[in-house]
Design a protein around this ligand. Structure first.
Ligand code: MEV
Length: 314
């Protein structure tokens, strides 16, 4: 084992969250400008230390913390490489806000797995990477679709379903997304569980809502292929209607979505699990995105970002 790093980035789900857990498709994009890096520094004193904004201290003491899912992943990686006794400091530097629908846990897992494979000079296929990240995502979120990990490790926007191969998807070269943070921690596990509970109580209604999101995703794909931003915006707004009906939006998300629409957005919705976290708004140009950003800041967004399709989010 030698010192090495792995990296990943934030993800944004354009459309399809929650329904993707039940087999519907989703479209998501890596946001390369918002990065996470995990660096393993070999430690001759044989201690195993974590240095991150999520957790700081010995690996062995992380089991009872929010870092437990990643700590379990690290222990499994060490066992896999027969290096249980190796000494190291694992430093994680992340520009992603945690629990805001940007895939922080999946991005952490992705970078950690990449760093360990690099530290042991071992080639890592995407398939193996996703098997590892599924382990920590399951521990952290209960019933993940795999979409977050697929996107935080991707190079291009993608079309994702749980059971079919991931397909890169081409985005238009004009238009922008504005991303705004409510400042409230999202609750992925609780939100996914809330939809499952609702579905157990009223399967017919919830299945119809899930199907309607799937239809909006298919129409969004057609709109992307046709470079039709107004049609894409309409599908984002349609998906938001269903996400609200599923109970995963909240007052702060609704408030920012209304502010974006009032500022001229072509469509807007929550992104990620909801119940806090971030929303996205579609703008037909970078200039309009700037206006929407200002409106979102005035409406109380804790932070905003802009993803111009022309730059692929770089
Ligand atoms: C969370 O970013 C996305 C959800 O669809 C859950 C998942 O796909 O695992 C809510």
């Amino acid at each position: 084992m030698h010192s090495a790093s792995g990296s990943s980035c934030a993800k944004i789900i354009l459309i399809g969250e929650h329904a993707v857990v039940y087999g519907q498709p989703a479209i998501a994009l890596p946001v390369k400008a918002i990065k996470l890096t995990a660096t393993i520094i070999v430690n001759p004193r044989k201690q195993q230390m974590i240095d991150s904004k999520f957790y700081q201290g010995p690996l062995q003491a992380a089991a009872a913390t929010d870092f437990a899912g990643i700590a379990d992943l690290i222990a499994a990686l060490l066992a896999y490489f027969h290096a249980e006794q190796a000494g190291f400091t694992l430093r994680i530097v992340s520009a992603l806000p945690p629990e805001r629908g940007m895939g922080s846990s999946a991005a952490t897992a992705t970078a950690v797995v990449r760093a360990f494979y690099a530290a042991f000079d071992t080639a890592l296929t995407q398939r193996t990477l996703l098997q590892w990240t599924a382990r920590s995502e399951k521990a952290i979120h209960g019933n993940p679709s795999g979409l977050d990990a697929a996107t935080t490790s991707a190079d291009t926007p993608l079309w994702f379903t749980k059971t079919t191969p991931i397909v890169p998807i081409v985005f238009p070269t004009n238009g922008s997304l504005v991303i705004a943070d409510t400042g409230i921690m999202g609750q992925t596990k609780e939100a996914v569980q809330a939809v499952a509970t609702r579905r157990a109580q009223d399967p017919a209604t919830v299945d119809a809502q899930i199907k309607a999101i799937g239809q909006a995703v298919a129409l969004a794909k057609a709109a992307l292929l046709a470079d039709d931003l107004p049609a894409l915006g309409a599908q984002l707004t349609k998906a938001q209607v269903q996400l609200r009906a599923l109970g995963v939006s909240n007052a702060q998300l609704d408030h920012l979505i209304q502010a974006a629409m009032a500022a001229g957005a072509l469509g807007a919705k929550l992104t990620g699990s909801g119940l806090g976290g971030c929303m996205i708004a579609l703008a037909d140009s970078a200039a309009q995105a700037q206006q929407i950003r200002l409106a979102l800041q005035a409406a109380g967004a804790a932070a905003t970002w802009q993803y111009d399709f022309s730059t692929g989010g770089h």
